[in-house]
Write a protein that binds this ligand. Structure first.
Ligand code: NGQ
Ligand code: ZN
Length: 456
């Protein structure tokens, strides 16, 4: 498919430009010109940004959004009690269910401004145990959901073997995640066979966490998989930090930086609880911190030291993780607001060379997201995937706003309702706020939820 787009105004790597003409071949941008005039067959949009990469998703969790906001029997609700609710929810999911939930999540992500997603996937086994005929079945159902919706996908099969530091046996609720190295190898092979690399498709690996993977097997994985993204959860909860200290004598990020060659291939998801030393060491190693501000607030995780990390030039990107609420602008707003509340200052994450907080946040999240997913995304530039979103230029909130004030108003004053159209891989997938397959996706989703929640 070849297509030419014309944007009245667009945010390019060099900043805002008017009269932007973009040529697309297949999924990729081949040429960008500005100060241009529209051609007769151009797809015309008014106010355009690059789509935001989403570096951390557990797609099925979208379907339990709102179902874990009730106080449980213990009276002390926290991350760990939420996790029990989540384990009960996933216990019965079958392949068709998972595909329906993922398609719903991905359509919603696109409407919310995310044009590609990193799926951190650990649900490998059937509910009754054993393996699927294709050991990558459930991972590949996510790829089908990505095909249906048009979202870019980096599939990250997770290795999971234990419930606690030191290789403690898995809990009953974790049985569907568990593999040995050989079985994990078969899953990765099946996933690679089913997902051809392209501008919108990549495959990496995800050692789940230092709780779920032993030190020996982590190094075996790193030995074996020498290319592609590596994602890991680390230091999201203080209990994990304390357990890691007790077992290894080091904190999770400290241990990781000491025992693995953490570099630009890595995405350290959450990294919430860091000492100043860990903060600067993580920044220096070139990895991306995978921040999930809305989920981290929802789960009561804590506040990432974003101001110090940014000052040390640390790279970061955004994930929507549990998908409790999907909004690209909202994630960035939550990140900045937590810093303001903590430090009692304003415009904390504006870069020294970019006074607009919105533009600073967006620029960082685009670059970090693209790096973490290993996809050519995150900018309107030749060689990148044609991932765009157009804002509603007629919305009264944008009256009198130009250039960076548009980004600041989108992020701080409005959010996803300002997004009008979304283009992913050169295809218009959201038109006038609605994903093109909404009806079909919503119907399958409703059927699935009826089955999961009422036929129990
Ligand atoms: C997950 N989610 O793998 O879905 C985790 C919970 C865990 C977040 N960490 C499970 N937000 O970390 O053990
Ligand atoms: Zn996660």
């Amino acid at each position: 498919m070849d297509r030419t787009f014309f944007f009245e105004s667009a945010w390019l790597p060099a900043g805002w430009q008017d009269g932007v003409r973009v040529e697309v071949r297949g999924e990729l941008i081949t040429d960008v010109a500005y100060g241009a005039v529209a051609g007769p067959h151009d797809v015309r949009l008014r106010l355009v940004l690059p789509g935001l990469p989403n570096l951390h998703s557990h797609a099925f969790q979208r379907a339990m959004a709102g179902l874990a906001e009730r106080r449980g029997p213990s009276g002390v609700d926290d991350f760990w009690s939420w996790r029990e609710v989540m384990y009960r929810f996933l216990a019965r999911l079958e392949p068709d269910d998972l595909e329906a939930l993922a398609a719903y999540a991905y359509a919603d992500l696109l409407e919310a401004g995310f044009t590609c997603v990193g799926e951190f996937h650990y649900l490998h086994r059937p509910p009754q145990g054993g393996l699927y005929a294709n050991p990558g079945e459930l991972a590949l159902r996510h790829a089908s959901a990505a095909d249906t919706t048009g979202i870019g996908l980096t599939m990250l099969p997770a290795f999971y073997e234990s419930s606690q530091f030191g290789g403690a046996p898995p809990a009953p609720g974790q049985q569907r995640f568990i593999t040995d190295l050989a079985t994990f190898g078969r899953i990765v092979e099946a996933v690679r066979a089913g997902i051809q690399p392209s501008p919108g498709r990549n495959v990496g690996i995800a050692p789940h966490s230092l709780r779920a993977v032993t030190a020996g097997h982590l190094s075996a994985l790193l030995d074996r998989y020498r290319e592609g993204p590596i994602h890991i959860h680390a230091a999201e909860q203080m209990r994990e930090v304390e357990d890691c200290l007790a077992f290894t004598g080091a904190r999770p990020v400290e241990w990781l930086l000491r025992h693995a060659a953490v570099d630009a291939r890595w995405c350290v998801v959450h990294a919430t609880h860091l000492t100043p030393g860990e903060t600067s060491d993580l920044a220096r190693c070139g990895a991306v911190a995978g921040l999930c501000p809305v989920t981290e607030a929802n789960l009561g995780d804590g506040i990432f030291p974003a101001s110090d990390y940014r000052a040390a030039q640390g790279r970061w990107g955004i994930g929507t993780d549990s998908h409790i609420r999907l909004d690209a602008a909202g994630e960035l707003r939550q990140l900045e607001y937590a810093q303001r509340l903590l430090l009692r200052r304003r415009n904390v994450l504006a870069r020294p060379d970019q006074p607009s907080t919105g533009a600073s946040l967006y620029q960082d999240a685009l670059a970090g997201g693209a790096q973490a997913l290993g996809l050519p995304v995150g900018a309107i530039a030749p060689g990148r995937r044609a991932d765009f979103l157009s804002l509603d230029a007629d919305h009264p909130d944008l009256a009198g706003r130009a250039r960076d004030a548009v980004l600041d108003t989108w992020i701080f004053a409005q959010g996803r309702s300002l997004i009008r159209d979304v283009i992913a891989g050169g295809h218009i997938v959201v038109e006038n706020r609605r994903h093109k397959e909404r009806e079909r996706i919503d119907a399958a989703y409703r059927r699935t939820l009826r089955k999961l929640l009422h036929d129990a």
